[in-house]
Design a protein around this ligand. Sequence first.
Ligand code: ADE
Ligand code: ZN
Length: 329
Amino acid sequence: PLRRRLIERLPKAELHLHLEGSVEPELALALARKHGKRLPGDEAGVEGLRRNYVFKDFGDFLRMYLAISACLTDEDDFAAIVVDLARKLAADNVRYAEVTFTPMTHVNRGVAGDTLLAGLAEGRARARAEHGVELAWVFDIVRHRFAEGEPTLALALEGREVGVIGLGFAGPESPQWPTAPYAPLFARARAEGLRSLPHAGEMDGPSSVWSALRELGAERIGHGVQCLADPALVEHLREHRVPLEVCPTSNVGIGLYPALAGHPLPQLLAAGLQVSLASDDPPMFATSLGEEYRRCTAAFGWDAPQIAALARNSVEHSFMPAEAKARLL
Ligand code: ADE
Ligand code: ZN
């Protein structure tokens, strides 16, 4: 109970969270009905939809993720999912979040870039005013859709004035979709001041993390849990203090590990790596950042200093402005 209160009380930052993966079944259903769309299981209402928020692998997860994305159409929809996310973050005392968003998923369906940016801007202002939560955006490229890289970067650069701070890289991680072709794009993004924040070492091994570091100039690694298979990589990450955004429940949810008890998080910490706990797609994996802290505390027997260190890491490894960071540390 003491550790529970500590988890609630500590100011936290969330560094790995997808906006389209953060829509609660209630809101998803309301948006689907508003636009005359169907979602898997929705014939049985919210409970039916919630029962379908359970996945056996990444492909299965992606189908639901894209079905929800297809219900987002106008400026109000994007603002609404942002404000609802901020409400949940505030409930966990998450004061700042870097939220990944995939603009081209929506542009491909005919939504204008300006609509996206306006919706995010409105949602972000309301998140601050109504919930005291500060948000920043990471616009991500889906790695098997090379042609979308260029327009994603263009929108990210345009979006800097509404809080875009980085370029992300997600989707199916496999040698089938190599990193190298994206190197020039990420170099330009970094030259323009955007952070390089790729997923790597989630569904593929150490070579994928090396590519993210060498070819994309990764400043943090989304997931990175598979780095442990390569001691030289672990040493590199440790020495250069490259933070890993570790999302334990998500990893179990897509079938990487059978249960939290078998998750490598304790080994990552024991190796001296910089870890920040994160939730990835919270309602879709039936979690939240607070839940990640509570579940890991129970599974790994963390004490109060360990919990506090992780909360502190999350703030330290964020890209929030220095003054704001100092206030939370
Ligand atoms: N998009 C949303 N969640 C993701 C994940 N865990 N890995 C890759 N792409 C994603
Ligand atoms: Zn992710």
